[in-house]
Design a protein around this ligand. Structure first.
Ligand code: PEP
Ligand code: MN
Length: 265
């Protein structure tokens, strides 16, 4: 299989506009759960850059559990995020939920995120195989490693070699944390596959007070990068995931500590 170590013994290194993802590089993606206003995404982009992050995250299309929750700004939000990324020299990553939105998302954002709920949206995966933008494929919340790697295989088989895997926690009996962070997934899929592995301690724990510790644990486990939610006003104005979003100063301090563990690429 294309995703396997047997097929490709060396680590895949995905290079996007000079940023290398994979191998010994550590990439940090930071930003809000959702793009909310032009001012919000501009200010958060400034903070991500100042802290040493390389990629601005933000959802313009949000996969919400209920239909009455904020569903995202849509295409307008992609434009605001692109402006912010260009202004501060950051790559951007955004979630794409349906095949018909792949082209517009790929026009405005550098990296395409496939959310946990869409890991086996095979039409979406097939469409992502036809573009060149890197894809961050989140693990389905109840997907095995084999199912996750097979989902990656759909994208690779379509001709897009730029796939990274993201562990974001799985469903277990435990409810204290939002999900159960399966940190063993990091070394396991690195043994099975050459693709970069990114950890998402924000969704994996659902609790701000756990994100810093689990970020460091992810690096210790060998993760090639992190995707971390951060917001300027997580407790009041965030449209989603405020309780797991770091404050800007926490994010900046965390990245300072990370730089001691591994140089940011
Ligand atoms: C997100 O990154 O905001 C998100 C919705 O993630 P997940 O698909 O892991 O729930
Ligand atoms: Mn989120």
């Amino acid at each position: 299989k294309l995703a396997s170590r047997e097929f490709h013994p060396d680590d895949t290194i995905i290079e996007v506009k000079g940023v290398k993802i994979g191998g010994n590089n550590l990439v940090v993606m930071g930003g809000p759960c959702a793009v909310e206003t032009p001012e919000q995404i501009d200010e958060i982009a400034r903070l991500v850059k100042a802290a040493g992050g390389q990629v601005l995250r933000g959802g313009a299309f949000k996969p919400r559990t209920g239909p009455y929750s904020f569903q995202g700004i849509g295409i307008e939000g992609l434009k605001w995020m692109k402006d912010a990324g260009d202004k501060y020299g950051l790559l951007t990553i955004t979630e794409v939920m349906a095949p018909e939105f792949v082209d517009v998302c790929a026009e405005y954002a550098d990296i395409m995120q496939v959310g946990t709920r869409n890991m086996q949206n095979f039409d979406l995966l097939r469409k992502l195989g036809t573009i060149n933008n890197p894809v961050l494929l989140k693990r389905g919340m109840s997907a095995t490693y084999d199912e996750w790697l097979n989902a990656a295989e759909y994208i690779l088989a379509g001709g897009n070699p730029n796939v990274m895997l993201c562990e974001r926690g799985i469903r277990t009996f435990e409810t204290y944390t939002r999900n159960t962070f399966d940190l063993a997934a990091v070394p396991v899929v690195q043994q099975l596959s050459h693709l970069p592995v990114i950890a998402d301690p924000s969704h994996a724990t659902g609790r701000r007070e756990l994100v810093e510790t689990m970020t460091k644990a992810s690096v210790a486990a060998g993760a090639n990068g992190l995707i971390i939610e951060m917001h300027t006003d997580p407790d009041n104005s965030a449209t989603g995931d405020g309780v797991q979003s770091l404050f800007p100063d926490q994010f900046a301090n965390l990245l300072k500590e990370l730089e001691q563990l591994a140089p940011l690429c």
